[in-house]
Design a protein around this ligand. Structure first.
Ligand SMILES: [Mn+2]
Length: 415
């Protein structure tokens, strides 16, 4: 199979009781002729495998031993051991380390935040804001590549803002324009990428993200998910409604992502072009406020009661009080930012760019207004397809920083 790879002689042999797992940073999707494309979400390489190998990789996405392989004993154990050993030599399956989590290329987290395990991030008073990457591409319709978004944001974010200490360190840097400290006293952490199981088709990995977001929210953390295509917002919202109950969603996007008809299986049918249809279909989402839409579309068949829209740049010409009047106070809100809300002259590193969008300063202003006026319990930034150079990552990192700063600033008049 691969004569040059280190053989099993260098590693302890796999026994029936060795806990094994599929390399957590792998993603899979169907290719031609019944074969499956497997790619490494950090290293970027791709291979094609046959159905038997794909089944093995999917089976070990949940850590298990040869003795608990889910085939009802149909596979001869020693043959299974040979197959799995070969997959191990190719870096596709490895021994499971229950404490090990994928980390963002070992360079530290978003904005230089320390990289913690989920368990560490949930413990005590470790942090207030927790970044999680979702390098997910399977909900894209035209141009994939958003799976490289989280890594690029982590690479570039530190040039915009670098947190110095999580607990007792100096407060954040001063913004020379406002004179205010940015993220003063806010403790950041990054738990790396959510890729705890192999992506078979759109969907199954979402339950992992939903669970992670729910646990963070349940511990009073502000989860910030770095996408990924826009379909990842559905599990994020589900994780938040599971904790907070009723939720508002502030949706910044060139597109409504609101295609009809609604289907009955999100894991099969939810993609980045209809995700908001699924989001607003959750009865706990009582407000969906959309800003920036400019894609031509058919008139909605039946407007949802929860839906409010400020298309194009109309929000900039609407008094803030009029917008806030449509956003119930006291409701917790999730902010989802599709970076194609920006005008392509500002940012074109996205799957479906469309002219007529916000400038950077305009969108910063809108995000700051919204995040200052309402309680933000979750944020995601999606549809960033890194291209050459670092400018796009800097632009998005800065947007995220401004929104996050407004969302975490002490409320005026609050006790
Ligand atoms: Mn979108």
């Amino acid at each position: 199979m691969n004569d040059a790879a280190p053989g099993p002689a260098e590693a302890p042999a796999i026994t029936d009781d060795t806990l094994l797992t599929t390399e957590p940073l792998l993603a899979m999707r169907g290719a031609r002729n019944g074969r499956t494309t497997v790619w490494h979400t950090r290293e970027g390489w791709e291979i094609e495998v046959g159905p038997a190998t794909a089944d093995l990789l999917a089976a070990f996405a949940v850590p298990r031993t040869l003795a608990t392989f889910p085939d009802g004993g149909a596979t001869d154990r020693s043959r299974l051991r040979t197959l799995v050993t070969a997959l191990g030599e190719r870096g596709l399956v490895r021994r499971h380390d229950p404490d090990g989590v994928p980390t963002p290329a070992g360079r530290g987290g978003m904005f230089g935040a320390p990289v913690l395990t989920l368990a560490e991030a949930l413990r005590g008073e470790a942090c207030d804001v927790v970044f999680a990457g979702m390098p997910y591409d399977l909900g894209a319709s035209h141009r994939p590549g958003s799976r490289f978004g989280p890594a690029q944001l982590r690479r570039t974010g530190g040039a915009v803002f670098r947190c110095r200490d999580t607990v007792d360190g100096p407060p954040g840097a001063v913004d020379p324009v406002t004179g205010n400290r940015v993220l003063a006293g806010v403790r950041l952490a990054d738990i790396g990428d959510v890729t705890a199981s192999v992506h078979r088709s759109a969907g199954p990995t979402w339950s992992v993200l939903e669970n992670v977001v729910g646990r963070l929210a349940g511990h009073g953390r502000l989860p910030v998910v770095l996408g990924g295509d826009h379909s990842v917002t559905l599990p994020v919202v589900r994780g938040l409604t599971g904790v907070h109950g009723e939720l508002g969603v502030l949706h910044i996007d060139a597109h409504g992502d609101y295609a009809r008809p609604r289907r009955d299986d999100a894991e099969l049918h939810c993609h980045h072009g209809n995700v908001m249809d699924w989001v607003v279909g959750d009865p706990r989402v009582v407000r969906l406020a959309q800003f920036g839409l400019r894609q031509l579309e058919d008139p909605p068949a039946r407007p949802d009661e929860a839906l409010r829209r400020w298309p194009g740049t109309s929000a900039l010409r609407t008094p803030l009080a009029d917008i806030l009047a449509e956003l119930p106070e006291g409701l917790p809100y999730h902010l989802t930012v599709d970076v194609d809300a920006l005008d392509p002259s500002v940012l074109s590193a996205t799957g479906t760019p469309l002219p007529g969008g916000f400038t950077h300063a305009q969108l910063v202003g809108l995000l700051t207004d919204l995040c200052s006026a309402r309680r933000i319990v979750g944020i995601d930034v999606v549809e960033f397809l890194p291209q050459e150079g670092e400018t796009d990552g800097l632009i998005i990192s800065d947007l995220l920083l401004r929104a996050l700063d407004a969302a975490t600033a002490p409320r005026g008049g609050a006790a």
